[in-house]
Ligand binder design. Structure first.
Ligand SMILES: C[S@@+](CC[C@H](N)C(=O)[O-])C[C@H]1O[C@@H](n2cnc3c(N)ncnc32)[C@H](O)[C@@H]1O
Length: 197
């Protein structure tokens, strides 16, 4: 987003006013309202969590009986109600770490990963989808049966194949774009409910 657009962006202003760490927090709020991906008491794994906007929303949605673990390559400042891990979703060891922190399987895995963008759309799209496949491997290892997942997808030629892949793992997969997602952005979200295990 250009500096002028950023200044005019209502979600950016709202995020500042509400003490949320990212405008992306509003996307999760909206998606959770529509799809109930995270409910009270849920154990949640937030993959690609920096700087922590989604994590803040997940902590509120899961409430005091829930548990939230956030994972990112980048350092994330401490956040009340969540455990933060600096790690890579492609590292198989991350799964045991998540299970250990949550004290069992997750009820929801939410994925908002973005690679370092190169500006070459085909490359960025392919890398982002590849990160999502890494996240499905994490979900396979940590998500409980009937659990839910959310994937951000940079839409492009590989999106349909990824949708087909997750459709085999969940009872219901919905493709959606929340209002807080800028129209000119190619990002879409796959809300996946009812993990088949
Ligand atoms: C759009 S940001 C996430 C924003 C976050 N959901 C929020 O609301 O604050 C995408 C994140 O994906 C992380 N990421 C990219 N590749 C990763 C990987 N292999 N493992 C873990 N995190 C990764 C990046 O470091 C970046 O912080």
């Amino acid at each position: 987003m250009r500096p002028r657009e950023a200044r005019r962006d209502p979600y950016r202003r709202l995020a500042r006013e509400q003490g949320l760490r990212s405008r992306a927090a509003f996307k999760l709020k909206e998606l959770n309202k529509s799809y109930r991906i995270i409910g009270p008491g849920f154990k949640v794994a937030d993959l690609g969590c920096a700087p922590g906007g989604w994590t803040q929303v997940a902590v509120r949605a899961a409430g005091s009986r829930g548990a939230v673990v956030g994972v990112d390559l980048a350092y994330v400042e401490e956040l009340p109600g969540a455990t933060l891990v600096r790690g890579d979703v492609s590292d198989p060891a991350i799964c045991d770490e998540i299970l250990g922190i949550l004290g069992g399987r997750a009820d929801a895995v939410i994925c908002d990963l973005s690679p370092e963008v190169t500006g070459n759309w085909s490359v960025d799209h392919a890398r982002q989808i590849s990160l999502n496949y890494d996240c499905t491997r994490v979900a396979d290892a940590v998500l409980s049966r009937k659990g839910n997942a959310l994937f951000k997808v940079f839409d492009g030629p590989y999106s349909a194949e990824f949708r087909g892949y997750v459709a085999k793992k969940f009872s219901r997969v919905s493709l959606t774009k929340p209002q807080a997602s800028r129209k000119q952005s190619s990002e879409l979200y796959f809300a996946c409910l009812g993990f088949l295990g």
